[in-house]
Design a protein around this ligand. Structure first.
Ligand SMILES: *Cc1c(COP(=O)(O)O)cnc(C)c1O
Length: 360
């Protein structure tokens, strides 16, 4: 029996979700965010799967953009953190990337060393106070960028801090600030992440930048992915490698965090935090054995975890356990763990075998 701990990836689901995002975008350019290794799906796999369904891609750092170009992706690529030095600038020019300019020092860099045609997006801080020039400084920087030979200012952009929350006080103000700046300077704007795209139609502007929804997960705590027509793009699974009967009062795992109240069959599953399953998943986190839901009991260890088989008398060693995917949605696991699916996706380690649906 091979270990069979596996991350199954689904190109067709990525395409489906890109089409869902396209429907929400209502004519705006659709740029798929594939940073952080395509939200853990594999940068090349995510980009190749969606390339015919999107207008371009977004990555955080230069190495990711280089990898896309080397992988044969010719569509526009937004470089969200922009170029960090002259070397990066010359690579961005050579590879026809669209760097974001978020700070005045980047304007200086481009003014000093730019040599060739470069499309840039100016990032403006409208309330998140992370990256972006302040709103009142933007007009002067727009004017500066417009004077640099070879530079084309493609638009102004901002990032929404709270669009995933209900009735947040910030999103409408952020959207109206960036839209007004765009109109004043006769420029396109881009503001929508997944949450903005679905919940704030005015944030769509001329280019939308969804990430998480493409990966089948909801950007909202109070709305599930299925209700937006999104389907799971990955499935994390493993096998039962042992089954124990624990007597009443017997505890399971490190720290003895779970104790059997009655005689309980407990399955040992060959996956742990060394595979990227979250160690802080609490007792009761859902898992599915042979497609039937049950729960985690005891602490997750490096190479294995333990599950309650009381309701599953037919479960046998070798049976399949889904940690997230179709029966247990990744968003449920994330909620139990006090985190978001983004983090679970990014944490899967190299150890689980990758299997691509549709390939053998
Ligand atoms: C990651 C990112 C997005 C996508 O956000 P999601 O919440 O995954 O849709 C959009 N814009 C920027 C600048 C980002 O960094």
């Amino acid at each position: 029996m091979p270990r069979a701990t596996c991350l199954t990836l689904r190109p067709a689901a990525l395409r489906h979700n890109a089409e869902r995002a396209r429907a929400f975008a209502e004519g705006a350019q659709l740029f798929a965010m594939v940073k952080a290794d395509g939200y853990g799906h594999g940068l090349g796999l995510a980009a190749r799967s969606m390339v015919d369904h999107v207008d371009g891609f977004g990555v955080a750092v230069l190495a990711e953009a280089v990898s896309l170009r080397h992988g044969g992706i010719h569509k526009p690529i937004m470089l969200l953190q922009g170029v960090l030095d002259e070397h990066e600038l010359s690579t961005a020019l050579k590879l026809h990337l669209e760097p974001v300019v978020h700070s005045e020092w980047q304007v200086d860099l481009i003014e000093r060393s730019g040599d060739g045609l470069l499309s840039v997006w100016l990032k403006v801080n409208t309330g998140m106070h992370r990256l972006g020039v302040d709103l009142d400084a933007a007009p002067a920087i727009i004017a500066r960028l417009r004077e640099i030979p070879g530079v084309r200012l493609a638009g102004v952009m901002t990032h929404l801090a709270c669009a995933d929350m209900r009735d947040d006080g910030l999103s409408n103000q952020q959207v109206s600030d960036i839209a007004r700046l765009a109109v004043d300077h006769d420029l396109p704007f881009s503001a929508a992440n997944s949450a903005g795209l679905v919940r704030y139609p005015d944030s769509r502007g001329s280019r939308v930048r969804p990430g998480i929804m493409l990966y089948g997960s909801s950007p909202f705590a109070d709305r599930d992915a299925h209700s937006m027509g999104l389907i799971p793009t990955q499935r994390l699974s493993a096998r039962l490698i042992a089954i124990n009967t624990v007597a009443p009062g017997g505890s399971v795992g490190y720290g003895a965090t779970w104790t059997a109240e009655k005689e309980t069959r407990v399955g040992v599953v060959s996956i742990g935090y060394g595979d990227g399953y979250p160690r802080h998943a609490p007792n009761g986190t859902p898992v599915a054995v042979n497609g039937q839901r049950t729960r985690l009991v005891g602490r997750v260890s490096m190479d294995m975890l333990t599950v309650d088989l009381s309701g599953l008398p037919d479960a046998r060693v070798g049976d399949e356990v889904e940690l997230w995917g179709d029966t247990v949605h990744v968003d449920e696991v994330a909620r139990q763990c006090g985190t978001i699916s983004y983090e679970l996706f990014c944490q899967v380690t190299a150890r689980p075998r990758r299997k691509v649906d549709g390939q053998t």
